[in-house]
Design a binder for this molecule. Structure first.
Ligand code: PGA
Length: 249
């Protein structure tokens, strides 16, 4: 059985004052039947980890370097994230792929570093609008999965998030059939590459304009094991609605 996961990505949002949202969130979910993860900016990570200690919530990073340490000004290693209290790290988000020219091989090397350090890697894949309109979404997703997911992946250390680029922060969401088609495809790819046992145990998240109002429908789609949420994870009340929808799915 795959345990469901509601993951929030705060992106470059939040200073110390935002930690009160985390407190509200943990008070709203003293017991949870799903995993809850918040990935705040790196500057808040260790304070966030302290504030959720002993609660149902865990915290994660939004990126890491592929090396464990060294002369890389401004970068953060997986070991540092772990030391700050992270359990997981988002890798290969489309904003990183665009803003920092990250390619599949970079994402794969970062994922290796994260897994070696003992973090779960949440690897993001997703097509652009042009790619969807050209009807090669599954080719794109398959290629990104082959290129970005390392061989050492297991159901414990790998989570894959399907995030159509055109759905991120736009309020546009694929149809439930389109989400199901991609998630079933991703499951089959993982089973073929890693065998049925591992392939079936990797959690698959959908991300892109998930809100309390559309979450229940999305969570009813086959092979959707949770969500990676941007904007609606910034306010505890919104994210709580998504968590509740996942708990009832
Ligand atoms: P959004 O972002 O929920 O604001 O669309 C999703 C994401 O980038 O993970």
């Amino acid at each position: 059985m795959r345990r469901k996961l509601a993951a929030g990505n705060w992106k470059m949002n939040g200073t110390g004052a935002a930690l009160s949202e985390l407190e509200t969130l943990s008070q709203s979910h003293p017991q949870a039947s799903v995993d809850i993860l918040i990935c705040p900016p790196a500057t808040l990570l260790s304070r966030a980890a302290d504030s959720v200690a002993g609660t149902e919530i865990s915290v994660g990073g939004q990126d890491c370097h592929l090396e464990h340490s060294g002369a890389h000004t401004g970068d953060i290693s997986a070991d540092m994230l772990l030391d700050a209290g992270a359990t997981s790290v988002i890798l290969g988000h489309s904003e990183r792929r665009v803003d920092h020219s990250e390619h599949d091989e970079d994402v794969r090397a970062k994922a290796r570093a994260a897994m070696d350090a003992g973090l779960k890697a949440i690897i993001c894949v997703g097509e652009s609008l042009e790619q969807r309109e050209a009807a090669n979404t599954l080719d794109i997703i398959g290629g990104q999965m082959s290129g970005s997911i390392p061989d050492q992946s297991t159901g414990e250390n790998l989570i894959v998030a399907y995030e159509p680029i055109w759905a991120i922060g736009t309020g546009k969401v694929p149809t439930l059939e389109e989400i199901g088609e991609v998630h079933d495809f991703m499951r089959t790819r993982l089973e073929r590459r890693f065998g049925e046992g591992v392939g079936r145990s990797v959690r698959l998240l959908y991300g892109g304009s998930v809100k309390p109002s559309n979450a229940a429908d999305i969570f009813a789609v086959s092979n959707v094991d949770g969500a990676l949420v941007g904007g609606a994870s910034l306010k505890a009340a919104d994210f709580s609605g998504i968590i509740q929808a996942l708990e009832s799915a």
